[in-house]
Design a protein around this ligand. Structure first.
Ligand code: C2E
Ligand code: CA
Ligand code: CA
Length: 783
């Protein structure tokens, strides 16, 4: 469900309610203003009608005077008064323009009369006016009034025309007065009705507004409840801070610490934060910076939990006015990281430091020595005739032997010294502050610790060791050089019969020459085409189908025989030869994949994986090299995958930056990316999300260790689920036995690779394997 779909209904509903309320008010206001305007307009008209009606009274009186004056031969104009009277009487009934009267008002527009009573009265007034004018005319003509019609049926008994004129005038005045009175009364009634209507309208309006307002409040309540449930039901902790400390804590916070919200308010919140994190958290919540940090909080059981906090500064937001802290419990992730780090820096078999940690300690010792000119020593220990034990008594016996040796060595050194297992039967000791005499004494103690026989597999074995010592007098130096010197001295000790130690002397430097010779030979080998690429299949665990191959380079040296990559890749990297070598492998693998495709040997989604050294990535134009190789081989980018190690892309600084940029560019082409040897050089799981990765290859030490070590098993299972959580495919490397395959399957790995299925082999052997897989697939009944 999308977020916007979740929230929109609320917004729309509220807006509608508000709009409805506004519409109601607008409607009511318009209605009541219109009514008032109409009512005012009508009363104004009525006032004019009243005025004109009242004027009829004056006009009737003036007419009588005019007639009498004219009869007596005095100047006057009864005719025009008569026409004023009769026109006004018409207009009062039918509406129209009332004529102007001298000394009175201007012409006025009148509406036709409404209301039955008024019309009747006006009609009577009109008839009276006509009778009045008839009588006036008879008086002026000195005629009798007997025969005059009585339109208004006034029943006047007198024969005296003047008397009759006066009576008719008085009647006209009277009726006009009645008209005015009737109009005034209806106006009053109308106004009273209007007031009643307005009151009803007002009451209905208030009711409607109340109803709508109630609907609005209900909608807002619902929305608030929805937000509250989002906040409280969320497992994320939500806190709001202002200058006085914590102002709000969500239910998840209170249930985590087992206190009420009131117990967390203000400064009280700090007591649940770890002492070492308090200042940071307080400052961050005060300033809204930094946006992300990790801190520890005590839960109700008194355990410290690791939380990842995200700050949102809403101090300017009027609704919030505070800094919002969202925090998520990442304790399990941190634990996994610590486990991975432990695994990355410790040897799974013996629990000693591993090569990576040793290199780190050695670099630190060199840095100290550069500053303080302090001397130190490196002792490289190789067990004599361990290989024979391993071969004759088996790997398990060999493993137990190594564990016992590690235990004894650890008991023979000072805690300040670093003891590490470099791999196989090779151990190394870093002797802080050690001079030659100290180093030799330490070597003697190590050898003495092996004097007692070790009992393994029912046999008592007496082991010897050869120890090479490299001394660093103080000042700057190179860790590679030191290790190589110790190696040379160790070989010298071995040459001399074993069971002893030798201090490196410059005369032994011939071995260094050997190293340089190797570089020279590698260069020549590259020119002479002594390198070949072998391929190892990758198998989908659930279907057992071959879904890809990993290209692995081999060196067929005419003088050294078949040299494994572990021996020459580091030399190639150190000398820069890796660029030429890497490009050769990439081109060869692309060509081969394209050929397999053309031969119709590849199932859908088959990927050919090529190992890439960090040196190649950080050199800066690797994406162009990849594009060229794809183009030359006419290979679809999605058919190619690159395997890179964590160290190559996690590295800080400009070279790491370049490597990441190159990788992103290549990934954008559609080429897949795998993180190789996952778990051996690890820094932070959180970082994984930042890199363009499709596949995680879990280092073979995990799967192989998982057989004996519950911790390794737990890590592998976690790594696989983490990979899935990030949408990545998890590959288990180095599967040698069915049991390891079962474990890998149980841990949730999707793909497996290892000797159990196939060793790395030349292309033509893999072609045969692919062809065979195809025929098997073809003969399988389709379901
Ligand atoms: P890697 O990338 O971890 O390659 C897997 C190594 O594990 C290969 O060793 C392979 O032969 C070995 N292996 C496969 N299955 C099993 C198994 O079941 N058990 C055991 N014990 N080992 C297994 P290989 O070919 O000796 O290569 C060693 C390393 O050399 C590779 O490790 C890779 O880091 C590096 N490498 C190989 N070819 C190239 C290359 O073309 N370029 C670069 N830069 N590095 C390469
Ligand atoms: Ca690899
Ligand atoms: Ca690997």
């Amino acid at each position: 469900m999308s977020r916007s779909r979740l929230f929109q209904p609320f917004t729309v509903r509220n807006r509608r309610t508000v709009a409805l309320i506004l519409l109601m008010f607008a409607l009511y206001s318009t209605l009541s203003v219109a009514l008032s305007i109409r009512a005012t307009g009508r009363s104004r008209h009525r006032a004019v009608v009243v005025q004109v009606a009242a004027r009829q009274r004056t006009l009737a009186e003036r007419y009588v005077t005019d007639v009498l004056l004219a009869r007596d031969g005095m100047p006057s104009d009864p005719a025009s008064t008569a026409s004023l009277l009769s026109e006004s009487a018409d207009v009062l009934i039918n509406g129209g323009e009332a004529p102007a009267v001298d000394g009175d008002d201007d012409e006025t527009d009148l509406p036709p009369a409404d209301g039955a009573v008024v019309r009747l009265q006006l009609r009577q007034a009109q008839l009276l006016v006509h009778d009045l004018i008839d009588t006036g005319n008879a008086v002026l003509a000195k005629e009798s009034v007997d025969s005059l019609p009585e339109r208004a049926s006034e029943d006047i008994t007198t024969d005296d025309p003047v008397q009759r004129l006066r009576i008719l005038s008085a009647m006209t005045s009277n009726v006009s007065l009645n008209v005015a009175r009737t109009i005034a009364v209806t106006t009053d009634e109308n106004i009273a009705a209007l007031i009643r209507l307005q009151m009803v309208l007002g009451a209905v309006g208030v009711l409607a507004a109340l109803l709508l307002g109630w609907a609005l409040i209900a909608a807002i309540r619902r929305q608030t409840a929805h937000f509250r449930s989002l906040v409280t039901a969320s497992t994320d902790l939500v806190l709001v801070f202002d200058n006085n400390g914590c102002r709000y804590a969500s239910q998840s916070v209170t249930s985590m610490v087992g206190k009420s919200e009131a117990d967390l308010r203000g400064r009280a919140f700090a007591q649940f934060v770890h002492d070492n994190d308090q200042t940071m958290v307080q400052l961050a919540c005060l300033r809204g910076q930094p946006r992300e940090f990790i801190f520890r909080m005590r839960n109700r059981l008194g355990e410290w939990r690791d939380l990842e906090g995200h700050l949102t500064d809403l101090r300017e937001d009027r609704q919030v006015r505070g800094v919002v802290l969202n925090a998520r419990d990442i304790t399990e992730r941190v634990k996994l990281e610590e486990e991975l780090t432990r695994h990355a820096f410790h040897d799974g078999l013996t629990g000693l430091a591993n090569r990576a940690l040793f290199r780190d300690r050695l670099d630190q010792a060199l840095a100290r020595s550069t500053r303080a000119s302090s001397p130190f020593a490196v002792l490289l220990v190789d067990l004599d005739s361990f290989k024979e034990v391993n071969d004759s008594l088996g790997h398990d016996a060999g493993d137990r032997l190594l564990q016992e040796v590690a235990r004894r060595f650890a008991g023979a050194i000072r805690v300040s010294d670093t003891l590490a297992r470099l791999g196989g039967d090779e151990f190394v000791l870093l002797l802080d502050d050690g001079r030659e005499a100290d180093a030799e004494a330490a070597a003697r103690r190590l050898l003495a610790s092996l004097a007692e026989p070790v009992s393994v597999a029912g046999r008592d074995l007496t082991l010897g060791a050869s120890i090479g010592i490299a001394l660093h007098a103080g000042g700057p130096g190179d860790s590679e050089d030191l290790l190589r010197h110790a190696d040379v001295a160790m070989y010298a000790a071995k040459e001399a019969g074993g069971g002893q130690s030798q201090v490196f002397r410059d005369a032994m430097g011939r071995e260094l020459g050997e190293m340089l010779g190797l570089q020279h030979e590698l260069r020549q080998g590259l020119q002479r085409g002594e390198f070949v690429v072998h391929y190892q299949p990758a198998i989908a665990i659930d279907t057992r189908a071959v879904i890809g191959v990993e290209a692995l380079v081999r060196w067929q040296s005419p003088t050294r025989g078949l040299v494994p990559p572990d021996r020459f890749i580091p030399v190639a990297e150190a000398s820069g030869l890796i660029h030429g070598l890497g490009e050769f492998v990439l081109q060869t693998a692309c060509m081969q994949a394209s050929q397999w495709g053309a031969d119709g040997l590849l199932p859908e989604n088959f990927v050919t994986w090529v190992n890439v050294s960090g040196k190649q990535l950080s050199a800066g134009h690797f994406s162009a090299i990849v594009r060229r190789a794809l183009h030359a081989a006419q290979l679809d980018p999605s058919r190619l995958g690159l395997e890179v190690t964590e160290t190559a892309i996690v590295t800080e600084g400009p070279s790491g930056e370049r490597a990441r940029d190159e990788l992103k560019e290549i990934h954008d082409l559609g080429v897949l990316v795998a993180l190789d040897d996952f778990g051996t050089g690890f820094s932070s799981l959180g970082q994984l999300r930042r890199f363009p990765i499709d596949v995680i290859k879990v280092d073979r030490s995990f799967i192989q260790g998982a057989e004996h070590d519950a911790k390794d098993a737990a890590i592998t299972a976690n790594v696989a689920s983490l990979a899935h959580a990030l949408g990545l495919v998890a590959v288990a490397e180095g599967i040698e036995t069915e049991r390891q395959l079962t474990l890998a399957h149980e841990f949730g790995c999707d793909v497996a690779q290892g000797y159990l299925f196939a060793r790395p082999a030349p292309a033509h052997e893999v072609s045969a394997l692919l062809a065979e897989a195809l025929t098997v697939a073809d003969t399988r009944p389709t379901s």
